[in-house]
Write a protein that binds this ligand. Structure first.
Ligand SMILES: [Zn+2]
Length: 279
């Protein structure tokens, strides 16, 4: 997906992709029968679908804020082949005219490997900050959960993406909701994980929300179309409904973390069906 830019009040938002990767279609749609989800997205001969890792650069006029950092380039070769990763985030960031050195703030909605991969790069075998001047933020409960390395989801938590930054003091872990910078705040939206954040961007009376894996693509707008990855599927359903009850009347621009075609849209309800309209 090419970079796309939109104005939100005094802020400029640019959707920047780390490129696409392939994932099992069943994992993305949980108990939804393939005959139904296949109408929205075609699977290949291995039942895989192609999704994107969408980050957002927010230029507030005072600061450059990067929300999410994709898969990155540190996966072992075998997993790079499995996911067919593209590692495009830095090149797409450069196309915006902003260099990694000019990023002031990095926010990770949660610490799954496909959301914080470019936090660090290997230099002489050590994982170093990709954005040397940035202050990084992530949910504290995510780090605690990842550190447990539970058999259910330990493959999703790769400590070189965050532990070196925590040790150096460059990453701050936050428990709960917080304002990160003027107009940029985080709110806990459980379901995909217990502590995942939605990232709110507010300027000039307008709101955008990076709701991350609570609603990963426009294919997942139906509250019951929950991914098999989600640890708390009933909470995903309840929180999607709660999200719509605010996002629709207040006209939030919803940002989709994994949609390969639609980085953002306004969510709408017609005849009790949730749909979307591109801005
Ligand atoms: Zn995730």
């Amino acid at each position: 997906m090419k970079n796309q830019t939109i104005t939100l009040g005094d802020f400029e938002l640019t959707a920047i992709s780390d490129g696409t990767y392939v994932a099992d279609g069943g994992a993305f749609f949980g108990v939804v029968p393939k005959v139904m989800w296949e109408k929205k997205v075609k699977a290949d001969q291995f039942n895989r679908i192609t999704v994107s890792c969408n980050s957002v650069l927010v230029r507030t006029g005072k600061q450059n804020v990067l929300i999410e950092t994709g898969i990155g380039n540190k996966l072992e070769e075998k997993r790079k082949k499995i996911f067919e990763t593209q590692e495009k985030l830095l090149e797409n960031l450069r196309a915006t005219g902003v260099s990694p050195e000019e990023i002031d703030i990095v926010i990770n909605s949660h610490l799954h490997f496909d959301h914080c991969g470019w936090n660090t790069v290997y230099q002489n075998g050590a994982a170093m900050a990709t954005f040397p001047r940035a202050k990084y933020y992530a949910p504290e409960g995510e780090w605690k959960h990842g550190s447990l390395q539970l058999e259910r989801d330990r493959v999703s938590y790769l400590s070189p993406n965050y532990d070196p930054l925590i040790q150096s003091g460059q990453m701050q872990l936050i428990d709960g909701n917080a304002e990160i910078a003027p107009g940029i705040s985080v709110e806990v939206w459980p379901g995909h994980t217990r502590n995942m954040w939605g990232v709110f961007i507010r300027s000039g009376g307008k709101t955008a929300c990076y709701i991350s894996d609570l609603i990963p693509t426009t294919w997942h707008l139906d509250a019951t179309w929950v991914m098999a990855y989600d640890l708390f599927p009933l909470e995903t359903i309840a929180n999607r409904k709660r999200y719509y009850s605010r996002a629709i009347p207040e006209r939030w621009l919803t940002i989709f973390t994994h949609d390969p075609d639609v980085p953002w849209a306004y969510v709408e309800r017609t005849d009790n069906k949730i749909s979307y309209k591109a801005p």
